[in-house]
Design a protein around this ligand. Sequence first.
Ligand SMILES: Nc1ncnc2c1ncn2[C@@H]1O[C@H](COP(=O)(O)OP(=O)(O)O)[C@@H](O)[C@H]1O
Ligand SMILES: [Mg+2]
Length: 444
Amino acid sequence: MISRADFVDPIPVGINAALGSMTAAQADALCSDWNFWARPNQEAPGGDWSTWLILAGRGFGKTRVGAEMVRRWVRDFPLVNLIGATAADARDIMIEGESGILALCPGQERPLYVPSKRRLDWPNGARSLIFTADEPERLRGKQHMKLWADEVAAWRRPEALQQALLGLRLGALPQMVITTTPKPVKILRELIANPETVLTRGSTYDNRGNLAPRFFESIIKRYEGTRIGRQELNAELLDDVEGALWSSTMIDSARVGHTPDMVRIVVAIDPATTSGEDSDETGIVVAGRGVDGHAYVLRDLSCRLSSNGWGNRAINAYREFGADRIVAEVNNGGNLVEDVLRVIDRTVSYKAVHASRGKVVRAEPISALYEQQRVHHVGLFGELETQMCSFVPDHLDGSPDRVDALVWALTELMLGFPGENLFEYYGGLLADQAAAGQAGGGTL
Ligand SMILES: Nc1ncnc2c1ncn2[C@@H]1O[C@H](COP(=O)(O)OP(=O)(O)O)[C@@H](O)[C@H]1O
Ligand SMILES: [Mg+2]
């Protein structure tokens, strides 16, 4: 019998002979036989577990494991549901992605994807309902026999997991497989600490043989030897770092689910100067200042896209949030961001900011605002928060583009030069004085 371990280089003659003697149908069956291909740390644990958490590096094969688990479960159970971080992730990664369900199920086993009903209909009558962590409300009251949740550490609204667990109660053995690269977030610490969780760990290197060399090289180049690389490649759950400007406790304790009314909203961009897989990210952060004078981080839309791609993202966010302006740093080569934005929307309100001080000096007063609990994250931003908690002055790990965008947004909202908007500034002062009972002291 051939086993996966025989697929070493060079392939022994016996294997070639065995493969050569297969019919096309047998070869196809072998290609899609997960029992054959799964590495030991991709195999489902034995016993009656209820939660299987796979914490592994990028490219390990997490999505593949989740999708294969769904494929196996639907043979015996009529309702096996999925939860993605966002609707786009559920569709593009879990269902239609290269390691998603449609790609790995051979023809006769492949479900029909019905996007309008957010459902997969399997040939044997089983169903998979598709949920997204951005809409925990849709999970309320829904029941599941088996569930697959992908990239949980990146869920903006982790309460979706609580909702899902409440509904995981159909059948004799409700089970959930969770596949994710870790981030230093509470939801993961709780899952790991839970004695009910069966934990499997793995690294990007485990799957090297199945990764396109370009993909492998580019993620290795980006992360190897860095602290964040320990998380992204080796799946370590990072603790707070001594000397970092932010800590996870600081962010967690001010986190909120809702905002008060906003007086001002900005979209800040820290552009990457090159595009493509190997390039830096373009940081895009949306934040607002509430009527209570506190800042609220509303969205992290950072991405690795061409300038047209990130430009559109920023402008869409500007419109969606009804933002007052977009801010970005003027770089050496001219005002790249403004040029990009004006092509897409001539009328967008844009302000160029100048980096007269270094990254760290700019970030320090923002970190102080967090310490005073005057900045709140609305939901969870795993990647951004990882960068923040790894931001150690003098030991900057790679290029913290998300943090840069965050710092620009909060500087604009909370530390802006008052002369720029006198009306708002003095209006604020008068309100403060009135609140402090100093009526009459407001001659401008
Ligand atoms: N055991 C395996 N044998 C063959 N290919 C695999 C195996 N595990 C993963 N892969 C492939 O490796 C690639 C990356 O897997 P993916 O599940 O997308 O990684 P992750 O979700 O961890 O980033 C996909 O093409 C997937 O099909
Ligand atoms: Mg994946």
